[in-house]
Design a protein around this ligand. Structure first.
Ligand SMILES: Nc1ncnc2c1ncn2[C@@H]1O[C@H](COP(=O)(O)OP(=O)(O)OP(=O)(O)O)[C@@H](O)[C@H]1O
Ligand SMILES: [Mg+2]
Length: 257
């Protein structure tokens, strides 16, 4: 089982888009995929057609309930959707940090450090899935730390703009700390996201970015990507020759996914 977290502390950079396309791609290839929505905005859950009143993720993390009680199947209408299971989010998840503090004594008794909780829960169900894909909120909070501890790799969508590139440094510091302390095998990939390469300044920023990090082929800013979300169809179902399908095909190849 490979655990992949999609993260960036900057908002609106295409994290949820990346998760949606990745999950559908992996499931379409025949993999069993568990999707975990750790963002209280619950955008990924609703893209998979699931809206719930109150998520049970905190109860699952502290071990009060089993995975079967938080996982829901999704009903997308296509055959590959049968390969996807979802742990949905709700607004309630915004209180995750507070809930974890309240449960801290209990957590210490049971599982040790709270940043390891997700890892422990996933290890218990590793046999059921080929991949776990985690969407995270735009901040460096408990959700992200737990995900980094539990993951094999982190995909970082980044816009080719100044503020995005500045924010990346903070995330990379967190990555390094987790790698040194909890998860030495953690890898990362930086994915240029929503790129308009015809803009000179974006091209320049991409070049600068590639001097500091190795970056993947970019995903362009395309109207069809937004259509993919609103029609709830991954790009590979929107016609083989579309630019979005092309971009993702190149990306998956470069990531061996
Ligand atoms: N390649 C793209 N081309 C055009 N629009 C895109 C692309 N990727 C994402 N978008 C759109 O940009 C918006 C933000 O994307 P998304 O929700 O995936 O970002 P996010 O990083 O998950 O945001 P948040 O930090 O709020 O969770 C959405 O409306 C999405 O449809
Ligand atoms: Mg999102």
């Amino acid at each position: 089982m490979e655990v992949i977290t999609v993260a960036n502390n900057k908002g609106g950079v295409g994290k949820t888009m990346q998760c949606y396309q990745l999950v559908c791609h992996l499931a379409h290839k025949g993999n069993k995929v568990l999707v975990i929505d750790l963002d209280s905005q619950a955008n990924l859950s609703s893209t998979f057609g699931v809206q719930i009143q109150r998520t049970l993720i905190p109860e699952w993390l502290i071990g009060d309930i089993e995975a079967e009680e938080v996982v829901v199947p999704i009903d997308g209408g296509d055959e590959f959707h049968d390969n996807i299971s979802l742990i949905p989010a709700s607004r309630h998840l915004a209180n995750l940090s507070k809930l974890m503090i309240l449960s801290e004594a209990e957590i210490r008794k049971g599982a040790g450090r709270k940043e390891r909780l997700l890892k422990i829960r996933l290890e218990a169900i590793a046999e059921n899935y080929d991949y776990v894909v985690i969407d995270t909120p735009p901040m460096l909070g408990d959700e992200l730390i737990m995900s980094l501890v539990a993951s094999n790799r982190i995909l970082i969508p980044t816009q080719a703009q100044d503020y995005s590139i500045d924010g990346l440094e903070e995330l990379m510091d967190t990555f390094e700390i987790i790698k040194e302390t909890e998860n030495p095998k953690l890898k990362f990939n930086i994915i240029p996201s929503m790129v308009n390469a015809r803009r000179k300044i974006e091209k320049q920023r991409l070049e600068e970015l590639s001097q500091s990090f190795s970056i993947t082929p970019p995903i362009r800013n395309l109207v069809q990507m937004q259509e993919s979300i609103s029609t709830k169809k991954p790009v590979f179902m929107m016609g083989k020759k579309t630019k979005g399908a092309d971009d993702y095909k190149r990306l998956w190849k470069s990531l061996n996914l």
